[in-house]
Design a protein around this ligand. Structure first.
Ligand SMILES: *Cc1c(COP(=O)(O)O)cnc(C)c1O
Length: 369
C-alpha cells in the first residue's frame, strides 16, 4: 500500500474522527470545542446572514457526522423533519418503494402523502431481494432501512441500491439503527443517508434532532434549500448536545453491541421466549414472548432497571411491546418486545430481565383468562 504523501493528512479511523471532526482549529485562547452560538441574526455581509440559513454550532455537528458517514451532513429539527424533506423530493404521483416494516413514522408519512394524491407508495418485504428489486423498476425514490425498526430485518443494501439506480431513482437509507459505526451506506452507493440523531447519535435520551448526509453537492443544495424554506432547522442546544453525544458514539456502540449479543444469546435459552429477533450486530434485540400480548405487557411493567419507554439508542436500557401502538404493522407479532440495550453492566441487565421472564413462566399469563 502506498504511504500517504507528506501533503495528505493521515486517514483517521472512526473513533478518532468522532472525537476530532468539527472542532475549531486550535488557536490560543479559542475554545477547544465549538461553543453554543445562540443567534437569530448575524451582521450582514457574510454568507450566513440569518439564523434559519445556518449556525456555527450546527456546522460543527454536521462536520462531525459528515466525517463519520463519508459525506456532507445537514441537520434537521427531528428525524421526521429529515424524512419529510427527502419525501418532498418526489414529484407528483411519483412512486416510492419502501420496506413494509420501516420505521412507523416513515410509513405513516408515506400513507399520508399517498392519501392526499401526492405520491404513490409500494411497501415490500425488504428481505425478499428479488421481489423488492423488481418493485423498484418504475420507482422515483427507493426508501431503505436496515436493520428495520422493530422487525430487525436486514436488507441486501448493495443489490437494492443498484436496483434503485437501474430505475433512475434516488436510493435513500435510514441508518438510524446501525449508525456509521456499523454501516456506511454512502460507501455502498446510497444517495442520501437519513438519521434520527434523537437515537444513537445523541445517545442520552435528552434531545430531538435529525440529519441527512449526501455526497452530491447539488442534492445537498436542494435539501438545504427545502429545509431552510420550511424552517425544519434544528435547535442550537440540540445540535450542541448531539455533537457532545457523537464524541462517544463508537465507545457507546461498542459496549451496547457486546451487551446486546450476550442478551440475545441468553434470551434464546429462556422458556418464556418463543423467538429472538437479532440481526447479529447492533444494539436492538427483539424477543417474541411465548405468552404474546399479555406477557409483553407484563414484562414491561415488571422490570426495574429496564424502563418501559418508546424511543431507543440511549445509554439507558429501555423496552417496549411495539404492538401497543395502533399504527404498528399487523405483521409485527403481538408478543414482540423491542429491547434497546444500553451500556449498563450486562449482568445487571440480565438479572432484571431474567427475574421478570421467570415470573412469566411461573405465573403462566398465556393460560390466564
Ligand atoms: C425515531 C426514528 C425516526 C424518526 O426520528 P425522530 O427524531 O423521532 O423524528 C426515523 N427513523 C428511525 C429508524 C427511527 O428509529
Amino acid at each position: 500500500m502506498p504511504a500517504d504523501s507528506p501533503a495528505d493528512p493521515p486517514l483517521l479511523r472512526p473513533a478518532t474522527l468522532a472525537v476530532t471532526a468539527g472542532r475549531p482549529s486550535p488557536e490560543p485562547d479559542q475554545p477547544f470545542n465549538e461553543p453554543l452560538t445562540m443567534a437569530s441574526t448575524y451582521v450582514a455581509g457574510g454568507d450566513r446572514e440569518y439564523g434559519r440559513y445556518g449556525n456555527p454550532t450546527w456546522t460543527a455537528f454536521e462536520e462531525a457526522l459528515g466525517a463519520l458517514e463519508g459525506g456532507r451532513a445537514l441537520s434537521f429539527a427531528t428525524g421526521m423533519a429529515a424524512v419529510s424533506t427527502v419525501l418532498d423530493l418526489v414529484g407528483h404521483e411519483g412512486l416510492v418503494v419502501a420496506p413494509r416494516h420501516a420505521y412507523q413514522g416513515s410509513i405513516v408519512a408515506l400513507g399520508d402523502l399517498e392519501a392526499r394524491g401526492r405520491i404513490r407508495a409500494r411497501l415490500v418485504d425488504v428481505t425478499d431481494t428479488p421481489a423488492f428489486a423488481a418493485a423498484c423498476a418504475d420507482a422515483a425514490l427507493v426508501w431503505l432501512e436496515s436493520p428495520t425498526n422493530p422487525a430487525l430485518e436486514v436488507a441486501d443494501l448493495p443489490a437494492l441500491i443498484a436496483a434503485a439506480h437501474d430505475a433512475g431513482a434516488h436510493a435513500v437509507v435510514d441508518n438510524t439503527f446501525a449508525t456509521p459505526v456499523l454501516q456506511r451506506p454512502l460507501e455502498l452507493g446510497a444517495d442520501i443517508v437519513v438519521h434520527s440523531a434523537t437515537k444513537y447519535l445523541g445517545g442520552h435520551s435528552d434531545l430531538l434532532l435529525g440529519a441527512l448526509v449526501t455526497r452530491d453537492d447539488e442534492l445537498h443544495g436542494v435539501l438545504k434549500g427545502r429545509r431552510d424554506l420550511v424552517g425544519a432547522t434544528p435547535g442550537t442546544l440540540e445540535a450542541w448536545l448531539a455533537l457532545r453525544g457523537l464524541r462517544t458514539l463508537p465507545l457507546r456502540m461498542e459496549r451496547a453491541c457486546v451487551n446486546a449479543a450476550e442478551l440475545a444469546r441468553r434470551l434464546e435459552g429462556h422458556p418464556a421466549v418463543a423467538e429472538v429477533r437479532y440481526p447479529g450486530f447492533g444494539a436492538i434485540v427483539a424477543p417474541v414472548l411465548a405468552g404474546g400480548e399479555l406477557a409483553g405487557d407484563l414484562l414491561s411493567r415488571q422490570t426495574r432497571l429496564w424502563v418501559h419507554a418508546t424511543s431507543l439508542g440511549g445509554v439507558e436500557s429501555t423496552l417496549e411491546r411495539r404492538r401497543r401502538w395502533r399504527t404498528e404493522a399487523a405483521t409485527i407479532p403481538q408478543g414482540l418486545v423491542r429491547l434497546s440495550v444500553g451500556i449498563e453492566d450486562v449482568e445487571d441487565l440480565w438479572a432484571d430481565l431474567e427475574q421478570s421472564l421467570d415470573r412469566l413462566v411461573t405465573e403462566r399469563p398465556d393460560t390466564a383468562g
